[in-house]
Design a protein around this ligand. Structure first.
Ligand code: 4AZ
Length: 506
């Protein structure tokens, strides 16, 4: 059998659905990887000479480039080419570029994105490179997609082979004796590593001396080194203009309506015959129906919910202890197991002044986002009520959140779930909680506590007419879904003017 890529074989058609061919004036020129519906990553060196967007198209869902067409393919015009500002043609540092597509790709089994590998790359890990590039040095390109396994080499070893030219934002992969490698035409294409459950994007084909030579392995751009740059570009590009923003801000608190219909019931707590406590009437939300819901994540793990109140600000509980410049806010999310389009770094965490009493007062934080959220159908803010806004019977209140609780025994905990909550008046609440509760709290049916239903930081949002307002943020409450103890929320209107002051200059 003829060897392909260098030392590889023809891939099973469509088995690398994030792989794209970058076409320069309809000729295959480089590879790339799909990371979101409208974004492809590739190597900056592919665009050194030809940097005009109109010359480039991306071809996704394709296997054989020689066929006139394949039913699975999607051919899309490139609308923006953004090469990394730090790309250095001499050292090949930061050899990464982002391509924005004129139209979003439609994801299916032939065309889909790949996540970026974020943990350190273990030496000797076996990963796979794919591409339509040459099968030997200075050889012709191939028509059908090729794949080959390569081993990640330590940077020490590689620096010996390349006389110290391997920067920390690069890594090498191949074999000491050569024979497996990427080559001309594979550039910008993915080096994908299997995590045990799926493939993740660790590298982009960047450079090397020759192809498949001994002690001259392929050199790859370490994609994780550039995630901050990638997410900033993707967020900034998606940011709408000021006028649109003002309009979106005016439109706070609108539920996103879709054809999905799910009932919202009043949450309750019941005890089954076996004496088991359960929370009733919790249902999965219609996807994106509460577009202000955000997930707070640390190392890609959800730990609290929050609510978007402005394109740059999120409200959550102070006790969530968000770490500025480390944790991220994930917006436009329904299912935790699916990718969201917007992940934004928290730039700053601000909390009202409080004394060190217990239980803590003012359990509320404002999170400033490092870039503006792109507002649209799946992501929009909730209104903040006026300071004197009273919650009476004319309001309907709902809470929503993620996470596994007693409430989610019959629904998938990774999907946003919801329930309507009846409120408990201050007197009745005080009878159960004593001095723990005051004017700065709102109480609801016990099912609303984090231990029963929501996760920490989850919002209590209430509707009058067609607009939702953020009235509460889940705070401390009963430890284990006690049917006798009302749930307690921080009363957001109490902090309205503080929120206004803090968010005013943005
Ligand atoms: C190239 O010219 C190229 N052997 C890509 C990969 C390698 C060498 C050259 C690695 O696009």
């Amino acid at each position: 059998m003829e060897t392909r890529i260098i030392g590889g074989q023809e891939a099973w058609a469509h088995s690398w659905p994030w792989q794209v061919s970058l076409q320069l004036s309809s000729m295959p020129a480089c590879g790339g990887a799909i990371i979101s519906p409208q974004w492809v990553v590739s190597a900056a060196h592919c665009f050194k000479r030809y940097n005009k967007e109109s010359l480039w198209k991306i071809l996704a869902g394709r296997h054989d480039l020689d066929k006139p067409q394949e039913p699975e393919e999607q051919l899309v015009q490139v609308s923006r080419i953004i090469s990394h500002h730090g790309y250095d043609t001499k050292t090949k540092e930061s050899d990464v570029a982002l391509l924005k597509l004129e139209h979003p790709l439609v994801f299916n089994e032939f065309v889909r994105p790949i996540n970026i590998w974020m943990t350190p790359l273990p030496e000797l890990l076996k990963c796979t490179i794919t591409g339509w590039g040459s099968t030997r040095e200075n050889g012709p390109r191939v028509n059908r997609l090729q794949e080959v396994n390569v081993t990640i080499l330590s940077s020490n070893t590689c620096n010996e082979y390349y006389n110290g030219r391997i920067r920390t934002s690069m890594f090498c992969a191949g074999k000491e004796e050569g024979g497996v490698d990427a080559c001309q035409g594979d550039s910008g294409g993915p080096l994908s590593c299997f995590t045990g459950t799926r493939h993740e994007l660790a590298g982009l084909v960047s450079w090397g001396v020759g192809c498949g030579r001994a002690k001259k392995p392929g050199v790859y751009t370490k994609v994780q080194q550039h995630v901050q740059w990638i997410s900033e570009i993707m967020n900034d590009e998606n940011t709408v203009f000021e006028d649109d923003l003002a309009e979106e801000e005016d439109r706070c608190g609108k539920q996103h309506l879709s054809s999905c219909e799910r009932t919202l019931g009043l949450a309750g707590i019941s005890v089954s015959q076996g004496g088991k406590l359960q929370v009733d009437n919790v249902t999965e939300s219609c996807p994106f129906s509460w577009p202000w819901m955000v997930s707070l994540q640390s190392n890609r793990r959800h730990y609290c919910s929050g609510a978007l109140i402005h394109h740059r600000w999120v409200v959550t509980a102070k006790h969530c202890s968000v770490s500025a410049k480390e944790d991220v806010v994930v917006l436009g999310l329904h299912d935790m197991n699916q990718k969201s389009v917007q992940t934004i770094l928290v730039d700053d965490v601000i909390s009202p002044m409080h004394d060190a009493s217990f239980p803590p007062q003012s359990d509320l934080s404002l999170l400033r986002l490092s870039v503006s959220a792109k507002l649209g159908p799946k992501v929009s803010s909730i209104c903040v009520p006026e300071e004197d806004e009273e919650l009476d019977d004319s309001w309907t209140c709902i809470t929503a959140g993620w996470g596994k609780t007693r409430a989610t025994e019959n629904i998938n905990p990774s999907k946003l779930h919801q329930a309507e909550l009846t409120l408990v008046n201050e007197t009745a609440c005080g009878q159960k909680w004593g001095d723990f509760v005051n004017d700065a709290h709102i109480c609801s049916h016990p099912a609303g506590s984090a231990s029963c239903l929501g996760d920490s930081g989850a919002p209590l949002f209430c509707r009058k007419h067609d607009t939702y307002f953020l009235f509460g943020v889940v705070t401390w409450g009963s430890w284990r879904c006690n049917a006798d103890k009302p749930a307690i929320f921080t009363r957001v209107p109490e902090y309205s003017s503080w929120i206004d002051d803090e968010t005013d200059d943005q």
